[in-house]
Design a protein around this ligand. Structure first.
Ligand code: ARG
Ligand code: ZN
Length: 406
């Protein structure tokens, strides 16, 4: 994608996005998801295509049908001011203006606010970013940095995400940053911190490196070419595990927050979901990683955290709703994270520590071979442990109220 950002005053972008795809069936036409500004041109395989927009649907009819198996290229040119989604239980996300620029955070369905995509977690692609900004600003995105080309008043930053990535993990941060670079185990670690959080820059870098070392021992090889993190200023009070470079929105993250987002690089970004309803696989495992980190550091054990939560009444938000198939508004709710992590502790207690670590490593080792479901996790846990575990997962993921027997 080529995207020029005019600056904070107008907030305008002028973008040309090139999407290369393969038709899995004969296509007389196709839909993309896009809520962004006015489209001025759209072509497929070099020929102008007709299109209509209906809410988020961008319905494209190419001049000629596309044959099954064919690779085709769609180019979309648009210009105007993108904006965030906000107001519902999911907070503010998508293209979010910041004090000095903007930051794009997609999870779950915010990426179409600024980028035309097939917005589904299982449709992954590599990304090339060429982003032009006023020269007093910088750009940080997913993956590996490339050229920085200054042409007087504007500067173009290249970044490339070479590992297939779900749309919701696509991230761009435009603004003024304190950028730091280090490496661990041969993996470049690039962090960028808004000046307002200047005091947190060293800690973000140091903790990210420490958590990566621990993550590699605990989950297996780090799944991407680079790592890092961004602290930006919009007061979002959440973080997002954007691939290779999580973003912390408007706060200085503590160790456990950093561990959580880093754990998502294995669980969520590399091993990625087939469907949003299985979001506990991301959030339960990342929350459990926090508990393991605290235990590893000599703090409270995961077993004790589990016990503390287990004494809560059945109607408490720890237990309701069951985390296995949440409604949209509950995707990032307390029970998905906490009861999801309790499910993981229940598994650990059932199979024992050694087998449990083998389950985690086997789960991470699948990498991005294919998008995953809860049934896949149960199958891996059963295979590695040699036990029947359906009752345990049923009780912890799907049954209403506090699980009593599993
Ligand atoms: N996956 C993120 C995390 O666990 C949370 C994303 C929340 N998204 C949102 N729109 N509120 O850190
Ligand atoms: Zn998370």
């Amino acid at each position: 994608m080529k995207l020029a950002y005019a600056g904070r005053a107008s907030g305008d972008v002028d973008a040309t996005v090139t999407i290369t795809a393969r038709a899995e069936q004969p296509l007389p036409g196709f839909d993309l998801d896009f809520r962004g500004p006015k489209i001025t041109e759209l072509s497929v395989d070099g020929r102008p295509a007709t299109f209509t927009r209906d809410g988020q649907e961008l319905v494209v009819t190419p001049a000629a049908g596309i044959a099954e198996g064919a690779r085709f290229t769609t180019v979309v040119h648009y210009a105007g001011r993108p904006g965030p989604l906000k107001g519902d239980a999911l907070g503010t996300y998508g293209w979010i203006p910041s004090k000095d620029g903007a930051v794009a955070l997609g999870e779950p369905d915010g990426t179409p606010t600024w980028l035309p995509v097939n917005d589904h977690p299982r449709d992954r692609a590599t990304y090339d970013f060429h982003i032009t900004v006023p020269s007093e600003l910088q750009v940080v995105a997913n993956g590996t940095p490339g050229a920085v080309a200054k042409h007087g008043a504007t500067t173009t930053y290249d970044w490339s995400e070479t590992a297939p990535m779900a749309t919701y993990l696509a991230m761009v941060a435009i603004g003024k940053f304190d950028v730091r670079r280090t490496e661990t185990g041969g993996v470049p670690v690039i962090t960028a911190v808004d000046p307002r959080y200047a005091g947190a820059a060293r800690k973000l870098e140091r903790t990210t490196v420490a958590a990566m070392r621990w993550g590699v021992e605990t989950f297996g090889p780090y799944p991407f070419p680079t790592a890092g993190g961004v602290i930006d200023d919009p007061p979002l009070d959440y973080a997002l595990e954007s691939q290779e470079r999580p973003v912390y929105g408007g706060f200085s993250p503590g160790e456990r927050f950093i561990v959580h987002e880093l754990a998502h690089q294995w669980f969520g970004d590399s091993v990625g979901l087939r469907d949003w309803k299985d979001i506990w696989l991301n959030e339960g495992l990342a929350t459990y990683a926090e508990w393991m980190w605290t235990e590893h550091k000599g703090g409270e054990s995961a077993k004790s955290v589990f016990k503390r939560y287990y004494t809560q009444p059945g109607a408490s938000p720890v237990f309701a709703p069951p985390p296995g198939s949440p409604a949209r508004a509950d995707l990032f709710g307390f029970s998905v994270y906490t009861r999801g992590a309790m499910c993981v502790e229940a598994l650990r207690e059932r199979v024992g520590d050694k087998t449990f670590v083998r389950v985690l490593k086997a789960w991470a080792a699948q990498g991005r071979a294919a998008p995953v479901t809860t049934a896949d996790f149960v199958a891996v846990a059963e295979k590695v442990s040699g036990r029947r575990l359906h009752r345990l997962f049923n009780a912890w993921l799907y049954q209403k109220g506090k699980p009593k027997k599993w």
